[in-house]
Design a protein around this ligand. Sequence first.
Ligand code: SF4
Length: 250
Amino acid sequence: MRRDVAARAPRPPPAAEQARALRVLDLLDAALPEARIALRFGSDHELLVSVILSAQCTDARVNLVTPALFARYPEPAAYARAEPEALWPFIQSCGLYRNKARSIVAAMRAIEERHGGKVPREREALEELPGVGRKTAGVVLIHLGAGQHFPVDTHVGRVSRRLGFTRELDPGKVERRLMTLLPPERWNRGHQLLVWHGRRWCAARAPDCGGCPVAALCPRRGVERVRATAPTRGAAPSSRRRRARRPSRP
Ligand code: SF4
């Protein structure tokens, strides 16, 4: 029986791997002192709305639309009274706006009905809100100051694999690995640093390994494959791209 439990328990990473991961975070912290959430919000529910809107959209785009949205809907109760369609004109440019409007209104209704108009600070309660998955809940909890979390978005996942922290593709498994590799007090900041690193240097299609502050510690897993499939700068555009670029006739 005891043997079964031991067989299922995840193996702790070797001490050298933990030390390397800590060193990576130290170097990124020094290189990115300005790394913090780029979304602008003034209250807990504005944070939640912004994070929902940021799915498959840039933070800059979200910041463009939220001032008017927040002015029109200053409290969760205001969203709760609205029909999702009323939000469309405000958030249309963020993409997936019908789903996002539905999620925001439904989440605010749940906050009103079940949480007294306050955004819950527990993961379970947050994840029960419509439109709030594990990653969104983690990001919201970090910025509510509710404990340590390591939400895994596309940047965190990609950077973690290239750095050799994990081979997993599933965000939940990447998150668990990062949480065994790094001590809890480094999780919140670690999340932020890996997001910024993924935007600044370790971009999906063209990682800037030459300028990367952690290059000496990185095995660059999968990077050659990315480079081999990325379009060569200056290469002749494909016929489909040539057609797309051709100006339309007046
Ligand atoms: S060396 Fe390259 S692959 Fe490794 S973290 Fe830096 S930018 Fe990413």
